[in-house]
Design a binder for this molecule. Structure first.
Ligand SMILES: Nc1ncnc2c1ncn2[C@@H]1O[C@H](COP(=O)(O)OP(=O)(O)OP(=O)(O)O)[C@@H](O)[C@H]1O
Ligand SMILES: [Mg+2]
Length: 332
């Protein structure tokens, strides 16, 4: 299959432009490097690939995006090589859907043509490996001194979870956890990544503050469910980032509403518009809402998040609309 795709792409671009070809679940992702971007050519290639048996959807991703190049990190911060922009996905409160939002936004950013990585910084309960369907320790590079990132569903990724025995409760504290995070972030051979999405651990404690100070973050996306109890913690999260001068890109309302599949009735299970109102009150942007739906949970649990599994669904469109706004803000 990969060979057939390669032949199709080679009619338009040289073999040296093909960075990678991945086919999973009928979805083909072709990453091109240093290739001159042409929407019509991309469409033609996609259409040809979609004629192949076993391919439902093909996506061409152009990398080496010039818009984000030429940025230098500050000296005293962790030097994360090969990554142009870093955004944190955070919330004050646990369990509001940070990781689900982070992974789907990363896939949406990738769909929109950016070479994207996701870093799972949650030392308390890493979930990105499950959501992207991998496990095991990260592969070392040839020199044995650095790590190679995992590459799944078109995303480069790394997780503190790969260093932790899943059956053991995690009792890492302070410096130790920070050291592991630094090592994984700085000693991984990221491959010319346009945007890295950082899935933050819940809360606003020492680890979260150190991370926000040590990693040069270009912005934070705050996830909240609509009810007051979550919003109080979202405000704490916003204030933490402000204290360390990380710009707030905006708020996302997750589990915003539920549409019954049988009767179409809409239920605002946790209330509605809470995050929008909080954003307004705090003078921050509201990036969008994601409904509560079992397919979002199920697909994340199965290692193929909804943006990958159902590229044409309304949920994917909602994530892509938020990703668009994020890209716009990063370019401002
Ligand atoms: N929009 C949604 N619709 C349905 N289920 C969702 C949605 N968002 C998240 N979930 C589910 O809610 C649970 C918690 O989500 P997730 O793990 O992303 O939260 P989190 O904020 O990262 O949690 P933690 O604070 O533990 O890291 C998961 O089972 C996830 O599949
Ligand atoms: Mg999480």
């Amino acid at each position: 299959m990969e060979e057939q795709i390669k032949q199709i792409v080679s009619q338009y671009y040289s073999a040296g432009n093909i960075d990678s070809i991945k086919v999973l679940n009928g979805r083909a992702i072709i990453t091109l490097v240093n290739a001159s971007e042409n929407p019509q050519t991309a469409q033609n290639i996609q259409a040809e690939i979609e004629k192949l048996e076993g391919v439902k959807k093909a996506t061409i991703i152009y990398t080496a995006n010039r818009a984000f190049s030429g940025l230098k990190p500050a000296e005293d911060m962790w030097q994360i090589r090969g990554v142009k922009k870093i955004i944190a996905v955070a919330s004050g409160k646990g369990g509001v859907g940070k990781s689900t939002t982070a992974v789907n936004l990363a896939l949406a950013l990738s769909n929109l043509g950016l070479k994207t990585a996701i870093f799972d910084a949650d030392i308390y309960g890493p979930s990105i490996p499950t959501m992207l369907g991998y496990e095991g320790t990260p592969p070392s590079s040839l020199d044995g001194k650095t790590f190679e990132p995992f590459v799944n569903l078109g995303l480069e990724s790394m997780s503190v979870g790969t260093l932790i025995d899943k059956s053991q409760p995690l009792i890492w504290r302070g410096a130790k956890a920070c050291g592991a995070l630094q090592q994984l972030l700085c000693d991984t051979n990221w491959g010319d990544v346009d945007v890295m999405v950082l899935d933050m651990p819940p809360g606003t404690g020492d680890i979260q503050i150190s991370l926000s100070q040590k990693v040069k973050m270009d912005g934070a996306v705050i996830v909240s469910t609509p009810q007051d109890i979550a919003l109080i913690d979202a405000v704490k999260g916003i204030n933490m980032f402000k204290k360390v001068n990380v710009p707030i890109l905006g708020l996302v309302e997750n589990m915003s509403y539920y549409i019954c599949e049988h009767c179409g009735h809409r239920a605002d299970i946790f209330g509605h518009d809470g995050a929008k109102k909080t954003a307004e009150k705090m003078g921050e942007s509201f990036l969008g809402e994601i409904p509560l739906h079992y397919s979002i949970r199920e697909n994340a649990d199965n290692g193929t998040p909804i943006v990958f599994a159902a590229p044409d669904s309304e949920y994917t469109k909602a994530y892509e609309a938020i990703a668009q706004k994020i890209i716009q803000k990063l370019r401002e």
